[in-house]
Write a protein that binds this ligand. Structure first.
Ligand SMILES: Cc1ncc(COP(=O)(O)O)c(C=O)c1O
Length: 149
């Protein structure tokens, strides 16, 4: 029995190595192309990424948002430059991104005198596992099993 809480309908596949867009399982001779609903595997083992992450881990692993984070500032500057937008919100998950989008939309509505701003979401889509994002769209069967939460 796994001690990982069973909140996702996981496939019986575990990846142990990645390179570029390719992923290997423990028993696999031929790699699978990384794809799916997220892109976190793309770029696995890219030398520049490995060097940058190794260097950062050697310097400092993590600091609180209560302090200034120069590399975060630099990344935000670059993203703002590319997108033409004013501010960047960094977060750790899709859930947080969607929660932030909901909050920004609600704030925007409230500032315009709308008491209960409507937010349009995709039906049968997965938006994350918080109460707000779970209520934003019924999860399809193949998605993480929201019925457990
Ligand atoms: C469209 C969409 N929104 C939100 C999420 C939730 O992301 P996370 O698991 O990083 O919170 C996912 C994850 O599958 C997603 O596909």
């Amino acid at each position: 029995m796994s001690h990982v809480m069973n909140t996702y309908a996981r496939q019986p596949v575990a990846f142990v190595r990645g390179q570029g867009v390719w992923l290997w399982t423990r028993r696999q001779e031929v790699p699978r192309r990384a794809r799916g609903h997220r892109g976190e595997h793309a770029g696995a083992q890219h030398p520049r990424l490995v060097a940058a992450l190794s260097e950062q881990i050697r310097r400092v692993m993590h600091t609180s948002n209560l302090f200034q984070i120069p590399l975060q500032e630099a990344a935000a500057d670059r993203i703002a430059e590319i997108t033409g937008l004013d501010e960047v919100f960094f977060c750790n998950s899709g859930l947080e991104a969607n929660e932030a989008a909901i909050k920004v939309a609600r704030k925007y509505g409230h500032e315009r005198g709308i008491d209960e701003p409507a937010i349009i979401v995709m039906e049968k889509a997965f938006h994350g596992r918080s109460l707000a994002t779970l209520s934003a769209g019924a999860a399809a069967r193949s998605r993480p099993d929201s019925s457990r939460w």
